[in-house]
Each structure stands twice: as structure tokens, then as C-alpha cells.
Design a protein around this ligand. Structure first.
Ligand code: UDP
Ligand code: MG
Length: 308
């Protein structure tokens, strides 16, 4: 019997894209010797995504949906899909057709050859905005130099994982998921293949600059405690250099020119105030993470599904 392949697709306001994606996948698998299930995770869409995938589900026998109770974010939606996928291999991809389905046979070929995780690397995106291109490039450069993990620039959540890897991954309960980094951390036999991303078919990217900055900060702080060390070194450096001020202060005191010194005092206060805020911010980010993790809330809540 041929293996079952699950395709997990987190979808947020993708009403115009899901059917196109389904057709592409269905045509592709018609020529492959595999069974497949297509699992859409509706991440609290505000458009008709739910109706469209529900209808697809009734018209076919291998399209399934998971409806989350609200928008939990791309990473949580993906985790929801991975947790419920039943295939022998699970492929995750975006709904907006930026991840070309034509790469799927290559993913499967590598899986057959014994790779447990086949990740993909984006070479260049047709029609991607300059801002997004440079920010994502910078992001990976920074992440690799600061965090304790190695990530390829252009790594996206388009990959194949063997069922045994996905089962391990399902046991991860952390709330601030950064799946890209975790996958590398998992180990197993991994391989990376390259592809050219297409432009988004319909709708707009829901990763605004603000979201991307958040994602970047999450990436750093989930995989590294180095920023805390930076905070400590910075604090130490400035605290010791500020000691150099002492002779000057004493001199000013004895020569009676204390009042003209207000500008340097003000400068110091402003400078150290800023520095302290920055360091507090770094520490606060970690405390915030501890706070969300200790609550042990579920990563997502399923409202409805047509999975048996
Ligand atoms: N997505 C999601 N929840 C969100 C935002 C996005 O499930 O809160 C999905 C979206 O439908 C798409 C994928 O995640 O399938 C990637 O999102 P997008 O295309 O907006 O990101 P980009 O390609 O710009 O990185
Ligand atoms: Mg996209």
C-alpha cells in the first residue's frame, strides 16, 4: 500500500487561495504514487476561508479542516495541524501559493532516500518588496550571530517531516513557538533543498513590519540567553567608565564650579537612563517569556474539525 502524505496549511484570510492550492495539489498527486490528505488550519480568518474549506471537505474525501477558536498566529496554527496530521510524512506549506507545489515530488524523493526532515530554502521571491527582502536577510544574519542555532536565510515553514519527527515535535509545549529554529534543533537526518518562491497569489501578507520585529525578537530570545550577557557587559562597562568622572566631580567641587557642571550631569543621567531602560527591556522580554510559559496555556484551541 502506498504511503499517506499529509499537507498541512495554516490559513488566515485565504478564501481566494485555498481552492487554487487544492487543485494544484490534487493534480500533482494524481501523477504520484501516494495517497494524500490536505489539512487546512483556519487560524481565525475573518473572511470566508472557513466556508470554502468546509465545502471542499464535503466535496472530497481527503480535504480536512481544523478551525481554531480565534487567530493564534501562523506558528501555533501550524503546530495544530502537525499535531493532528496522520500521514507517514507531513509537508507544511503556506496557503498563498508562495511555496510552489512542484517542489513536493523532490521533498518526497529525499524522504524516500531516508531523510527524516527535508527543509527548503528560498532563493529569491518574485515580486517581493525591497523592505521585506532586506529585513528578512538582516534577520537571519543577526539571528545566526546571536542565537545558539543556525538558520539558513530564506528558510520558511515549507518542509517535509517524517511522522516520527512530528510525533516528537507534538510533545513540545512551549508557547512562543519558533518552529524554524526548533526543527534544526531536533536533529535527525536533515537535508535542505532550494527553490524560487512565487509572489503571493491573492490578498496581502499578514506579516506587517511590527509583526516581523516581534517575530525576530522572539527568535532571538527563544534560542539564546546571549542578549542577557550583552546587558550585563554593557552595564559593567558603563558603570566602570563612569568612575572616571569622580576626579572631575571632586575637582569641580573644590574649585567651586559645581553649577556649570549641570550639562555633564544631565548628559550622564540621560545616557544611563536610556541604557538602563534598554537593559531592563531585554530582561523584561525574558521575564515575559517565563510568564507566558509558566501559565502553561494551550498553544491553540480547536473550535471545530471534520477530522474523524
Ligand atoms: N497565517 C496564519 N495565521 C496568521 C498569519 C498568517 O495561519 O496569523 C498563514 C497564512 O494564511 C499563510 C502563512 O501563514 O498561509 C504565511 O503567511 P503570509 O503569507 O502572510 O506570510 P509571508 O509569506 O509574508 O511570510
Ligand atoms: Mg506568504
Amino acid at each position: 500500500m502506498s504511503s499517506l502524505i499529509s499537507i498541512v496549511v495554516p490559513s488566515y484570510n485565504e478564501e481566494k487561495n485555498v481552492v487554487v492550492l487544492y487543485r494544484q495539489i490534487d493534480t500533482l498527486f494524481a501523477s504520484l504514487d501516494y495517497n494524500y490528505e490536505l489539512l487546512f488550519v483556519n487560524d481565525g480568518s475573518t473572511d470566508n476561508t472557513q466556508q470554502v474549506i468546509e465545502q471542499l471537505g464535503t466535496q472530497t474525501n481527503n480535504v480536512f479542516f481544523i478551525q481554531l477558536s480565534r487567530n493564534f498566529g501562523h506558528q501555533a496554527a501550524l503546530k495544530a495541524g502537525l499535531d493532528r496530521a496522520r500521514g507517514d510524512a507531513i509537508i507544511s506549506m503556506d496557503a498563498d501559493l508562495q511555496h510552489p507545489t512542484k517542489i513536493i515530488p523532490e521533498l518526497l524523493k529525499n524522504w524516500e532516500q531516508g531523510f527524516d526532515i527535508v527543509t527548503t530554502q528560498r532563493e529569491k521571491t518574485d515580486g517581493q518588496r525591497f523592505l521585506k527582502k532586506t529585513t528578512s536577510h538582516l534577520f537571519y544574519k543577526l539571528l545566526n550571530s546571536i542565537a545558539d542555532i543556525k538558520l539558513h536565510p530564506g528558510a520558511a515553514d515549507f518542509r517535509l517531516m517524517d511522522a516520527k519527527v512530528v510525533r516528537v515535535f507534538s510533545n513540545f509545549n512551549e508557547n512562543q513557538l519558533f518552529i524554524r529554529g526548533l526543527v534544526h534543533w531536533l536533529g535527525f537526518k536533515q537535508k535542505t533543498i532550494s527553490y524560487t518562491a512565487d509572489a503571493r497569489l491573492n490578498g496581502t501578507s499578514s506579516y506587517s513590519l511590527k509583526k516581523m520585529v516581534r517575530f525576530a525578537i522572539d527568535g532571538f530570545t527563544s534560542f539564546s540567553s546571549k542578549p542577557l550577557w550583552i546587558a550585563i557587559y554593557l552595564g559593567f562597562f558603563f558603570a566602570s567608565t563612569s568612575l572616571l568622572f569622580v576626579p572631575y566631580i571632586l575637582w569641580s567641587y573644590f574649585t567651586g564650579v559645581t553649577v556649570p557642571g549641570w550639562s555633564s550631569v544631565l548628559l550622564t543621567i540621560v545616557f544611563f537612563g536610556g541604557l538602563q531602560l534598554m537593559v531592563l527591556g531585554i530582561i523584561g522580554t525574558y521575564i515575559g517569556k517565563i510568564f507566558t510559559e509558566v501559565k502553561q496555556r494551550p498553544q491553540y484551541i480547536i473550535k471545530a474539525t471534520n477530522l474523524p
